[in-house]
Design a protein around this ligand. Sequence first.
Ligand code: ZN
Length: 81
Amino acid sequence: MAYTPKEILAVWHKCNGRCVYGERILVKPEEYSITWEIDYAIPLSKEGKDDLPNQLVACIKHNRQKGARQRDSSDVGYGAT
Ligand SMILES: [Zn+2]
């Protein structure tokens, strides 16, 4: 999905330039697609809209982890007593 710099900046401002996950790290608007991406409060696959109220700042690390967690959930087998 391609966004204009104005749209990217609007999402960045809305989240105060911070990833909405975990430690809420600060990202730079000019590093969009390098250190952070636009994520959605309601996934587009679940009929979330691709507009500002639904858009969030997510650093690449958390966006990847989120996907990884869903993929790897069957691997969480250790910790059994
Ligand atoms: Zn993050």
